[in-house]
Write a protein that binds this ligand. Structure first.
Ligand code: HXC
Length: 256
């Protein structure tokens, strides 16, 4: 694997660490390409992916040196690649947990928002500071942020470029949990382990149904949910889950 993103496997948990700490893990082209390589095929080797950063940042955004070199056409192509990469992460069939260890700004915040669950260290800081550079978020910041925190709060963050701490991020719904810095990976792995106990089929289908809630009108989403719900009744895991409950024992899921 390359040097900008480290991939480690801990049983069925994959941990991808953004590893350019001297530049606060700024997401340059190389880092984004390596991240794309890491997620390619990850579903075959892991049941949960955790993304984190080394050093004092999760990621401090797109690489501003690269941004300065871009004209409009290059900027459009590059941001589309970033947006597509983050959408692929969002659509991975396995859950993705962002273990947010520090500065999470601009494209870094957009990456965290493309993950399914965000667990933050008390030292984490969040923001969409693009407005300070006279640009705007370009990889989901104006789209995923209002869906998570509401339109008014998203406008406040994007228009002021204000940087918020982890407790504020928790209060507005940008992260799901805040933990002591030293416990961050342990807690992310605990949450991953809890998910791994479940039927992989049900986890995959639940994520699909939940993602549909932001992409589909309610009526269609409800119909989609009903179809996926019914589909799971053809699985051995569903029978096993219900039988195990009635027989007062732990279920043994096989993913079929
Ligand atoms: C390139 C960056 C960088 C970035 C930090 N660095 N962020 N380089 N792009 N986004 C570099 C610094 O230049 C410096 O390099 C080194 O990392 C350490 O950073 P410092 O600024 O010295 O650290 P500190 O004083 O602790 O300040 C931390 C910080 C600040 C508040 C996070 O670095 C900062 O404001 N960074 C920029 C954040 C930002 O504007 N992000 C949005 C980018 S636009 P040297 O060589 O001097 O040691 C964006 C658009 C997304 O993300 C578009 C879609 C992909």
């Amino acid at each position: 694997m390359g040097e900008r993103v480290k991939l480690e496997l801990d049983g069925e948990i994959a941990v991808a660490t953004l590893n350019r700490p001297e530049k606060l893990n700024a997401l340059d082209t190389k880092t984004r390409m390596e991240l794309a390589e890491v997620i390619e095929g990850i579903e075959e080797v892991a049941r949960v992916l955790i993304i984190t950063g080394s050093g004092k940042a999760f990621a401090a955004g797109a690489d501003i040196n690269e941004l300065l070199q871009r004209d409009a056409i290059k900027a459009f192509e590059a941001t589309k690649l970033g947006t597509d990469l983050f959408s692929r992460i969002e659509e991975l069939e396995i859950p993705v947990i962002a273990a947010v260890n520090g500065y999470t700004l601009g494209g870094g915040c957009e990456l965290a928002m493309a993950c399914d669950i965000r667990i933050a260290s008390e030292k984490a800081k969040f923001g969409q500071p693009e407005i300070n550079l006279a640009i705007i978020p370009g990889a989901g910041g104006t789209q995923r942020l209002p869906r998570l925190v509401g339109l008014g709060m998203a406008k406040k963050l994007v228009l002021t470029g204000e940087i918020i701490d982890a407790q504020t991020a928790l209060r507005i719904g940008l992260v799901e949990e805040v933990v002591e810095h030293e416990r961050l990976m342990e807690r992310a792995k605990e949450v991953a382990a809890k998910i791994i106990e479940k039927s992989p089929l049900a986890v995959k289908v639940a994520k699909k149904a939940l993602n549909a809630s932001i992409n589909m009108p309610l009526k269609e989403g409800l119909r989609y949910e009903a179809s996926l719900f019914a589909l799971l009744f053809s699985s051995e895991d569903a029978k096993e889950g219900m039988r195990a409950f009635l027989e007062k024992r732990k279920p043994e899921f096989r993913g079929r």
